[in-house]
Unconditional design. Structure first.
Ligand code: NAD
Ligand code: IPM
Ligand code: MG
Length: 372
């Protein structure tokens, strides 16, 4: 298959982790005889520094013309620590999501068998966790009207949702549940928020056309607790933009590190793949950031194009690195392996495909499908 992939390394550890994902895609290209063309562009603080804007027009154009986008991370402390900043790296990512129509952000959460002891949660609690968060990505409080009065003393952000915005992601969530454990949990705050009551109404109605899928509801405060008390109860969590952002970082604790969690952002015409973590500025240039979230995002990219065997080769190679302890310090504190060494090991394991498939003979659970 020929694929044009736009690469947006961004800031902090973004370029380092993205480089490992590219290595893995190149290993897939070589092993399975595909042709991937990579083109790179600026985004975030790096783009503000060079072009004065977090999403230059040339970057957006490259993404619109590509088959898919692979995103690193954005964000820089110089903006985080300046509430008066007129322009912010994060605007680049938000504008990109909106412009590409990426309304569904799919974030799988898995407790890997060889990492059970890594979570601060008890093994008995996290063992067998395999759920996926369907986070609405282009609506809600992130995109509602923002106001600050002239004195700078009162501010507001509007949380607005339309039926259309809710129903298009709800359909994706129900379809995913059909090929998984057949359960959708809508997380909202319908006891307080009008927008959440609309979510409940629309999702309940849509649920009726998926009779094989059970639908239940949780208030977000309770969901935050249930996630760490009893994560195996979940299959597909469907939720709005901000709740999904918060719950997915919380969910990463189950797996052992946020450096493991990948995501796919899907729209009707475009798709972008990115780790859920940020630019982790403290680690920039230190070769310590975990590249696995970025590498697994590349696997999700391949799945998106139906390259299931290729995606499986990446997942098996990741699995092998975890089992053999070829991991970054977030997984094993005294590890002598860095971002690049882990990336090299995984990429080499992909090429060494026979070896990978023998690992699979041991019946490792690599998670249920997130493909819709
Ligand atoms: N999608 C994105 O690009 C994205 C996501 C979240 C935050 N951000 C931005 O990133 C900057 C830093 O934000 P933050 O510190 O709140 O979140 P962060 O995700 O960058 O880091 C939080 C903590 O998670 C851990 N971590 C993150 N990535 C890791 C990795 N690859 N390997 C190992 N450990 C990792 C580290 O302990 C780190 O201190 C901010 O500017 C923020 O706006 C961007
Ligand atoms: C950087 C920020 C805009 C972004 C979000 O809140 O969506 C990030 O936290 C994420 O999870 O992708
Ligand atoms: Mg986030």
């Amino acid at each position: 298959m020929n694929l044009n992939i736009a690469l947006l390394p961004g800031d902090g550890v973004g370029p380092e982790v993205l480089a490992q994902a590219v290595k893995c895609l190149q290993a897939v290209e070589e092993t399975f005889n595909h042709q991937f063309i990579f083109r790179e562009a600026l985004v975030g603080a790096a783009a503000i520094d060079k072009k004065g804007r977090p999403l230059p027009q040339s970057t957006l154009k490259l993404c619109q013309e590509a088959d898919a986008v692979l995103f690193g991370a954005i964000g820089d402390p110089k903006y985080d620590n300046d509430p008066e900043a007129k322009v912010r790296p994060e605007q680049g990512l938000l504008e990109l999501r909106k412009s590409l129509g990426l309304f569904a952000n799919i974030r799988p959460v898995l407790s890997h068998p060889s990492l059970l002891g890594k979570s601060p949660l008890k093994k008995e609690i996290v063992s067998g966790t395999d759920f996926v968060i369907f986070r609405e990505l282009t609506g809600g409080i992130y995109f509602g009207e923002k106001k600050l009065n002239e004195e700078g003393t009162v501010a507001s952000d509007l949380c607005e949702y339309s039926e259309t915005e809710i129903s298009r992601i709800a359909h994706l969530a129900f379809k995913a549940a059909k090929s998984r454990k057949k359960k959708v949990t809508l997380v909202d705050k319908a006891n307080v928020l009008e927008s959440s009551r609309l979510w409940r109404k629309v999702v309940t109605r849509i649920g009726e056309s998926y009779p094989e899928v059970a639908l239940d509801f949780l208030f977000v405060d309770n969901a935050a607790m249930q996630l760490v008390l009893n994560p195996t109860q979940f299959d597909v969590i469907l939720t709005e933009n901000m709740f999904g952002d918060i719950l997915s970082d919380e969910g990463s604790v189950i797996g052992g590190s946020i450096g493991l969690l990948a995501s796919a952002s899907i729209g009707d015409e475009n798709a972008l793949f990115e780790p859920i973590h940020g630019s982790y500025p403290q680690a920039k240039g230190k070769n310590v950031a975990n590249p696995i979230a970025s590498i697994l995002s590349a696997a999700m990219l391949l799945e998106h194009f139906g390259l299931m065997e290729e995606a499986m080769a990446i997942k098996l190679a990741v699995d092998k690195s975890l089992r053999k302890g070829i991991v970054t310090p977030d997984i094993k504190s005294k590890s002598q392996f860095g971002t690049q060494q882990v990336g090299d090991y995984i990429a080499h394991s992909i090429v060494d495909i026979e070896d990978n498939f023998s690992v699979n003979d041991e019946n490792i659970d690599l998670g249920k499908s997130t493909i819709i």
